[in-house]
Design a protein around this ligand. Structure first.
Ligand SMILES: Nc1ncnc2c1ncn2[C@@H]1O[C@H](COP(=O)(O)OP(=O)(O)O)[C@@H](O)[C@H]1O
Ligand SMILES: N[C@@H](CCC(=O)OP(=O)(O)O)C(=O)O
Length: 378
């Protein structure tokens, strides 16, 4: 089955729509454009598909009613705008979907709801239950309480995480541009990329900033990053314009298709790689780096030379080489205070209660030479 056919046949779909498709800075929410999207998603629902909508636009929708001109630079004003705008946004969705006989539920997530493993499971349960009850979840970041330090930062990444949380069969990233171009289409002639089979296909591509109307956030770079997260986790993705949403859902050749290129990871592995926030670091010697990276071995105390951070057993930590480069992430089996007595010691020399692996291979993901972007932006 081709990946386009996979999109057409996807039963559970996550659709993310950007602020640039729903709002303008001076006018706020554009109800006509929002309704047009709802008509497409209502039709998808009528054909038996389950839809999760990740919708941006709260901040931009709240600025006009508050009389604030331009995108606010300070967090407090953005949060106030989100508080006003989210209500309007979700009420407009509720009214528009009601005309299709579809009930919507609001799901507002903070980064903490996904960085803690128990919260992640809870988010999965909630979304799954909403879907089985026939509700269409409308998801956004909980901007009113998200702080600068702890936030997803952009809804493209949130949508990729939600695609995994919802165990979706396909992800659509909708914007005001009809796909990924090999250069920023605003700055010169550029060619639409039809299909991406892996990160190497994008090596020579320039990804520019957000849309000119000033309401978008990450530009094409965050969409590509999100599309690669989902595709690596086995979910096909189409990046296209909101106007082409119906065609994309039908599996037509529109936008840029990201073919799935990885095996679907377990929930724990996915969470570890993309949603967890490391609580500390274990420093490995060269032999341990090779064992972990090349042989897929568990990490034993003998290969550890140091640790930083105040973690507890079962917390996520980073495994770093002698040069400080991150090798892997994993769940550590001991509290930080227990570890120094174990460093460099062979398993046979340890008391029986300390003989288990420090990080078991089943609870570890290799990071390669580049660490994934943490949830907290720099
Ligand atoms: N290589 C590229 N291909 C396509 N679009 C690009 C590229 N580089 C930059 N862009 C710009 O990214 C913008 C979309 O990002 P953004 O404004 O964040 O959208 P949204 O609000 O829909 O999330 C488009 O307006 C487009 O001009
Ligand atoms: N949570 C914010 C949107 C953040 C965001 O990623 O925006 P966009 O780039 O338009 O998808 C809001 O609702 O305004």
């Amino acid at each position: 089955m081709t990946a386009r056919a996979g999109i057409a046949g996807a039963r559970r779909v996550v659709v993310k729509v950007g602020s640039s498709s729903l709002t303008t800075l001076p006018g706020g929410l554009d109800v006509t454009r929002l309704t047009a999207l709802v008509d497409v998603l209502g039709a998808a629902r009528a054909s038996g598909r389950e839809v999760v909508l990740v919708s941006s636009g709260a901040i931009a929708a709240g600025l006009a009613p508050l009389g604030v001109e331009g995108r606010p630079r300070d967090l407090a004003t953005a949060q106030a705008a989100a508080s006003v705008g989210q209500l309007r946004l979700v009420q407009t969705y509720a009214d528009a979907f009601a005309r299709h006989g579809v009930t919507v539920g609001q799901v507002l997530l903070t980064a903490d709801d996904l960085t803690r493993r128990s919260h992640y499971r809870n988010a999965h349960r909630t979304v799954d239950r909403l879907l089985t009850l026939g509700v269409l979840p409308v998801v956004n970041e909980n901007d009113t309480v998200a702080t600068e330090e702890i936030r997803f930062g952009d809804n493209d990444r949130l949508a990729a995480l939600v695609a995994h949380v919802a165990q979706a069969d396909a992800l659509l990233l909708l914007s005001d541009v009809d796909g990924v171009y090999d250069g920023d289409p605003r700055t010169g002639p550029a060619q639409l990329i039809d299909t991406v089979t892996g990160p190497a296909d994008l090596a020579a591509v320039t990804l520019g900033s957000a849309s000119r109307n000033g309401v978008g956030t990450g530009g094409m770079a965050t969409k590509v990053e999100a599309a690669l997260i989902a595709a690596r986790a086995g979910v096909p993705v189409v990046v296209t314009s909101t106007l082409q949403a119906a065609a994309a859902l039908a599996g037509e050749r529109v936008g840029t298709l990201f073919e799935p290129f990885g095996r679907r990871p377990s929930a724990r592995q996915f969470w570890l790689r993309y949603a967890s926030r490391p609580r500390g670091r274990l420093i490995l010697d060269d032999g341990a780096v090779r064992a972990v990276r090349e042989r897929g071995a568990s990490l034993l105390a003998a290969g550890i030379t140091g640790a930083t951070g105040d973690f507890l057993a079962d917390d996520p930590v980073e495994l770093v080489g002698p040069d400080g480069a991150v090798v892997a992430r994993g769940l550590v089996a001991y509290d930080a205070r227990e570890l120094p007595a174990l460093f460099g010691r062979k398993t046979g020399e340890l008391d029986p209660e300390y003989r288990r692996e420090v990080v078991h291979r089943d609870e570890m993901v290799l990071v390669g030479h580049r660490a994934p972007r943490p949830v907290t932006p720099a």
